[in-house]
Design a protein around this ligand. Sequence first.
Ligand code: CP
Length: 312
Amino acid sequence: MAWTHRHLLGIAELSREDILDVLDGAERWFDMKRVDARVLHGRTIVNVFFESSTRTRTSFEVAGKRLGADVVNIALQTSSVTKGETLLDTVRNLEALRADALVLRHAASGAPHFVASSTRTSIVNAGDGAHEHPTQALLDAFTIRRRKGGLEGLVVTICGDVLHSRVARSNALLLGALGAEVRLCAPRTLMPRQPEALGPTVRAFEKIEPALEGADVVMMLRIQTERLAGATIASTREYARTFGLNTRVLAYAKPDAIVMHPGPINRGVEIDPRVADGRQSVILDQVEAGVAVRMAVLERVIMAADAERARA
Ligand code: CP
């Protein structure tokens, strides 16, 4: 195992070798997914989710349990944060309970990085504001690799609310590191000012048809209404007509292109239900991949923390 990171905070901190190490490790867990693989027996993982989640929280819980760990879930509404306790105090108290890893989702960009600098417990970023969602990008790459055999030379179009998307950021970095061309497509109001700065192979598009031309992979993003500061689109119907993925515009991509979405999907807005449920969709494969990828991540960060303590 080449991995040496005690935390997983973002794709930005990973090398190409780190990424491939996780993907290869996840392959092993994916193929053994019904086997009892209790390499984290006796360990405690706490899911600290201060933003809503279905897929990420559940798959981290399933991943931890498949590895034999005790998994505890904390949500914002039922935590003492509602009584004024700070995030850092919350983390220090969980550390005192001898948690081996904290899986943190937070609305503030940089929150996992902030707490990681003040705790001995491994921190795994499960999504921080509009910044990064590293395990989503890893499971996306895992899904693409299984379907396409590799990522080198593929054209991946990411379309939707790029400005507020941590998924787009992590994917632009990861896919670029593995040699894919990344096309970002969004209305001007939902595109960052310098999209090319998001990744080494990024190109920006303002129309969906040229962005999809010859694409191997089409990844749609929902509009992150929870992060919108003001009006950014004229109407949902207009957005669906100009930036939504339907069978007409999907025909611009390669005939064997796969359709992805991190979820939750807004049917009829960024994606037509006929495409979401169609033969090219791998949306539920992404969800399935999430468990194996998160098993590989949890195993790696906890083993790296053990190795670091042994050296100290
Ligand atoms: N993809 C994703 O992060 O989904 P959840 O918000 O349901 O975890």
